[in-house]
Design a protein around this ligand. Sequence first.
Ligand code: SAH
Length: 231
Amino acid sequence: MTFRASILSLYPEMFPGPLGTSLAGRALERGDWELALHQIRDHATDRHRSVDDTPAGGGAGMVLRADILALAIDAASPADDTRPRLLMSPRGRPLDQARVRDLAQGPGAVIVCGRFEGIDQRVIEARGLEEVSIGDYILSGGELAAMVLLDAVVRLLPGVMGNAESGALESFETGLLEHPHYTRPREFEGRTIPDILTSGDHARIDRWRREEAERLTRERRPDLWQRFTDS
Ligand code: SAH
């Protein structure tokens, strides 16, 4: 099954952008995933092709109109489309690896990229948009956020990542941050590789990695550590 992504944006020319290179780009060429781009402005109804208007209640900035965006969504995603409809939004649920994995196992995603102050609340409700945030900071538009989400999803699609195992041990997959990595040379500016890693004793290596993962999580991410010890 091919993962089908449909992007709704005022700047569709930003895509595939970085998703056209490396792992994701090769997967796109192979047809492991598909990318459909939709220009929201194509659904504007006036002769100025405007898509935004001033906020009801006053205040700064502009708001993307519900009626125009609804037309764009309906054109990109018919009523019987089973794909989740996402809206990139700083108010959304923070994206995490569990949601990414869940999306990668599904048929694809319809992704609305906001601009301006945001989009009219009524279209979020009327089209059942799931708001997804990529972190507690404000971007100027949803496009980069959509690329972040798609990059995370595409690398999990079957056949995309060379070594299937390297997906399973990564940070967050175990509920912990990942242990540190080392490679040749054996000595770098006076710093050596921890002896255990060159000992060939795989049980001890596994134990060391596990302890390092736990230590780093405890030190850097008390929130993750709390969840990990609670579960
Ligand atoms: N006024 C809004 C921010 C609008 S930023 C607020 O204060 O919440 C413009 C658009 O960029 C948003 O509609 C959204 O699509 C996108 N965006 C900005 N920050 C984001 C984030 N952290 N995660 C996902 N999308 C984001």
